[in-house]
Design a binder for this molecule. Structure first.
Ligand code: BGC
Length: 253
């Protein structure tokens, strides 16, 4: 059985077949640059090219960096506006010639961390927070996903900060653009996570995105009144989580 995960990101569209017992890839990941502009037609074409690099799949899961409600993309914070209200699942299914599952990127990463990584076997309320171009979140209670939480868009103005979205204050994009030191950025992450904590009181916060690889540089400076750990699957999480959910939906596992 071949189950494929495909991760649509701002700069690259990546795919790999996944071993659902471990979350590991069964062959090397393929990455194609995200077309610019990343409109619906060009992204669908690129996803077909990524899928075409592998043997025909029994199930395909695709992540998308926006709200995905019952297969329809509803927002487009960091992607082309043509995705608002696009019937993504239908479009990808038609183009790939088989049913697919489309879900939010942070939700997919969280699903993988709960199954194979840092959240494995953790009871209670668990939040995954991914720091990248935006801030993505995934919320689980006793392992059950509450889809499409968008806590990256929490308004921080009440805290007399910069006003506006949390992701315009504490994402990794902002750290890079404003050339923040790890300490200055960690302070922002702490403010954000404390705010999130005061609203959710989670048992565990898992940190994902590229910065989780560099957690030793900054995570010790983040003090939040709950356990905060780096994700363990790193870049593989989105692909593995999408593949797992697609296999479940297609009832091939
Ligand atoms: C989007 C989320 C997404 C996150 C990470 C945010 O801007 O609204 O849906 O999960 O970025 O890509």
């Amino acid at each position: 059985m071949v189950v494929l995960g495909i991760d649509i990101g701002g700069s690259g569209i990546k795919g790999a077949p996944v071993d659902l017992a471990t979350g590991a890839f069964t062959s090397e990941r393929v990455r194609i640059e995200t077309p610019q502009p990343a409109d619906v037609a060009s992204v669908v074409k690129t996803v077909v090219a990524v899928a075409g690099s592998f043997p025909a799949a029994d199930a395909i899961g695709i992540t998308f960096p926006a709200v995905v409600l019952h297969g329809v993309t509803k927002t487009a914070a960091n992607v082309d506006a043509s995705w608002v209200d696009a019937p993504a699942e239908k479009l990808f299914s038609e183009a790939l010639g088989r049913p697919v599952t489309v879900l939010n990127d942070a939700d997919a990463a969280g699903v993988a961390e709960l199954e194979y990584g840092a959240g494995r076997g953790v009871p209670g309320l668990v939040v995954m927070v991914t720091f990248g171009t935006g801030i993505g979140t995934a919320l689980f209670n006793d392992g059950v996903l509450v889809p499409n939480t968008e806590f990256g868009h929490l308004q921080m103005s009440g805290l007399h900060l910069h006003g506006g979205d949390a992701e315009d204050y504490a994402s990794d994009r902002i750290r890079e653009a404003q050339e923040l030191s790890w300490q200055d950025w960690a302070e922002r992450v702490q403010t954000y996570l404390r705010h999130l904590h005061s609203l959710l009181w989670p048992d565990l916060i898992m940190i994902g995105g590229g910065v989780s690889k560099k957690a030793d540089k900054w995570l010790h400076m983040v003090d939040v009144p709950t356990k905060v750990v780096p994700a363990t699957l790193l870049n593989n999480a989105g692909i593995a989580g999408a593949a797992l959910l697609a296999a479940r939906n297609a009832k091939v596992i």
